[in-house]
Design a binder for this molecule. Sequence first.
Ligand code: NDP
Length: 351
Amino acid sequence: MTAANNNTTVFVSGASGFIAQHIIRQLLDQNYKVIGSVRSTEKGDNLKNAIFKSANFNYEIVKDIADLNAFDPVFEKHGKDIKVVLHTASPLNFTTTEYEKDLLIPAVNGTKGILESIKKYAAQTVERVVVTSSFASHTSTVDMCNTKGKITEDSWNQDTWENCQTDAVRAYFGSKKFAEEAAWEFLNKNKDTVKFKLATVDPVYVFGPQNHIEPGKKVLNVSSEVINQLVHLKKDDPLPQVACGYIDVRDIAKAHILAFQKDELIGQRLLLHSGLFTVQTLLDAINEQFPELRGKIPAGEPGSNKPEDLLTPIDNTKTKKLLGFEFRDLKTIIQDTVSQILEAENASAKL
Ligand code: NDP
């Protein structure tokens, strides 16, 4: 498949999302035509008229991906034009107690549903599908804390549908595993019926600036909220507990685009990871890089709580080689993320 191409229409599900907005921005910059799905006219109009402001961006409403037929109208209407499908929509919610209803079922049905709609209406026009999966499909919240293990592109989360339902984070991990499995199974069963080739983009925690921060917006998407929360803690507040790998959203967006442009990426599970973090690692970087926050936010115990002492090492050498570009480091991510949060607050305060 060729790189930038004025005649290629890309469908992006979950267009209002943190990652999807960066993908769409980069697609528009490369002159692709984009159709995004959103859950309401209000969200679609905001993307079209206030955020992307481009004749090459249009949207369709897909209210709930838990409905297996949710994508049918989109592919019935545009199936002849869409060559590439980037399926990013999936619930990312760490507070629900209704694990099947709010996480597992929409994630799995969303993936099955969009692939079935392609089969029904665009079996011979869609050439590439990229599913936004996750590091969570490679390991469970329990197995990611084994410092003697190793997580690679080939690893699979071993949780079952039943045993992942102990808490929302573990169930979210399960939702990504079962959704990704469904995608590969679909392709296996339908490889003689559909034309498309598949790749998955499997990121660890995604940080980095928002494509757009609405004035006055206080709570960000789940992964960005980790840094947003730290920037707003008081000096003596208790620290949240989270540790994982990190990667920049701009690199994730680029990986989605390369995943359909480069033939070498067909069939790959791309494991997107730049380095490991704990809350202490993030606090150390924020305090060092933003002197104006020092003394206002917690310092923790600088240099302690090293992620390497808590987490399973991640080896994504294969992915880095296949993608062929350097991922942003923590310093750059913290600089760009925190500056944007502070600038947006200053701008809102002046309104
Ligand atoms: P966001 O929450 O910002 O975006 C999720 C998108 O999915 C939104 O557009 C949301 O719509 C849509 N969506 C969720 N549930 C439904 C539903 N039931 N029906 C229709 N649309 C729905 O999250 P991210 O951008 O961070 O995540 C995007 C993808 O990346 C997801 O697949 C996620 O699992 C994956 N991922 C994210 C990581 C991260 O750290 N951020 C790490 C690894 C993977 P609306 O906004 O209207 O609710």
